[in-house]
Design a protein around this ligand. Structure first.
Ligand code: PMP
Length: 391
């Protein structure tokens, strides 16, 4: 297309490097098994950790909300789009997270951007882990604050960063709770101790820990017994909670400030009633069905052990995210294709999402997988790994 040749050229380069991926279409709901190209395959790529996307209570809540309150809200929250259910849900979330207040954003992405771009000025410094999620990086790009990136989970480097920035008004240390590509958990107790020693604030993005770690899935702060010592918790409603959205849990003054100043909150229409009602139901399920989280973790242990026994390099994950690291970008894509032929959908992930020579197939087991699903998947990994010379 005329005028877009430069984009076509770049896309061609990705294709030549084997790094071009068309979107994969699901022809079913998001379960332990999904239908792709008319075939049922085992899903190992979703963030639907607890299977809540299809939980009967969650679906029913969404349907009832549509019947009663309609399909959309017709306005941003600050004009005419705040329904009672939005406020009620935020109070429930705050209570769940043991914080004073909570505010829901349209996604986890916009929650991170909303906080980081809004509460810091040129007088402040944000101190961020090198492997933090793209939404944290983009939030930092939008703030006028100074920035200092510390080496991934390197507490000496974090301490050096805190020492270097003592003249700033506020230092905000920000970290993923669980790192999304490697599945390792942040050294939160150490981070909190250092922040307290140097009088800095701490923000945790618990996208992959919400519904997964801590009591009833309250996240890493609860997991490490750090309630009251982490100033800002971001979580998603799009992964284990099974629906859509992100939230910021913290002091009431933060909520108040974000309502008035956070641009993604101010200038984007509020969640449809079905989304909010489904999220409310999902949080109830977390409180009342802890067996789902236990199943997630027993599945995780079984699958990780199986991959390690087969001889794969599974990195240093401590969570249901298990990377199978193969090195070259093109090999990871081939491995993923081979697995799909074997009836397993596990997405290949390459540069720039992960560092060069660290390409991988990333797997995420869920509570919805049966033992049989996981055994079948492990056999497929064994055959595909041998065929491609990875094992
Ligand atoms: N933070 C992390 C660590 C994530 O992995 C993701 C999801 N990719 C997000 C934030 C964004 O969450 P959402 O999908 O709700 O926008």
């Amino acid at each position: 297309m005329k005028g877009f040749e430069y984009l076509e050229n770049e896309i061609q380069e990705w294709k030549n490097a084997g790094a071009y991926r068309p979107l994969t279409e699901l022809e079913s709901d998001q379960g332990a098994r999904v239908v792709i190209d008319g075939r049922e395959v085992i899903q190992l790529s979703s963030n639907n950790y607890l299977g809540l996307t299809t939980h009967p209570r969650v679906k029913r809540a969404a349907l009832e909300a549509v019947e009663r309150f309609g399909a959309g809200t017709g306005s941003v929250r600050t004009i005419a789009g705040t329904f009672s259910m939005h406020e009620a849900f935020e109070r429930e979330l705050a209570e769940f997270k043991h914080t004073e207040a909570a505010l829901v954003f349209q996604s986890g992405f916009t929650a991170n951007v909303g906080v980081l771009a809004t509460i810091l000025t040129e007088e402040d410094v944000v101190i961020s882990d090198a492997l933090n999620h793209a939404s944290i990086i983009d939030g930092i790009r939008l703030t006028k604050a100074g920035r200092r990136i510390y080496q991934h989970s390197d507490m000496e480097d974090l301490e050096a960063a805190l020492k270097e920035t003592q003249n700033a008004r506020t230092r905000l240390v920000v970290t993923d709770g669980v790192f999304s590509m490697d599945g390792d958990v942040a050294l939160l107790p150490e981070i909190v101790e250092l922040a307290e020693k140097y009088d800095a604030l701490v923000m945790v993005d618990d996208a992959h820990a919400s519904g997964v770690m801590g009591r009833n899935g309250r996240g890493t702060v609860d997991h490490f017994d750090l309630n009251g010592r982490v100033h800002i918790q971001v979580g998603t409603l799009s992964k284990a909670v099974g629906v859509l959205g992100g939230y910021v849990a913290g002091p009431a003054v933060l909520r108040d400030y974000l309502i008035h100043r956070a641009r993604p909150f101010l200038f984007s229409t509020s969640h449809p009633p079905a989304v909010t009602a489904a999220c409310q139901a999902a949080i109830q399920v977390l409180k009342e069905e802890p067996a789902l989280i236990e199943k997630l973790w027993s599945n995780t242990r079984m699958f990780k052990e199986g991959l390690t026994k087969l001889g794969f390099n599974t990195g240093k994950s401590d969570t249901p995210i298990t990377p199978v690291i193969v090195g070259q970008d093109a090999l990871a894509m081939k491995f993923s294709d081979e697995l799909l032929k074997e009836g397993v959908y596990a997405q290949g992930i390459a540069f720039p999402t992960v560092q060069r020579n660290q390409a991988r197939v990333r797997t995420i087991v869920t509570a919805a997988h049966s033992m049989e699903d996981l055994e079948t998947a492990l056999e497929a990994f064994g055959r595909a790994g041998q065929k491609l010379g990875i094992l």
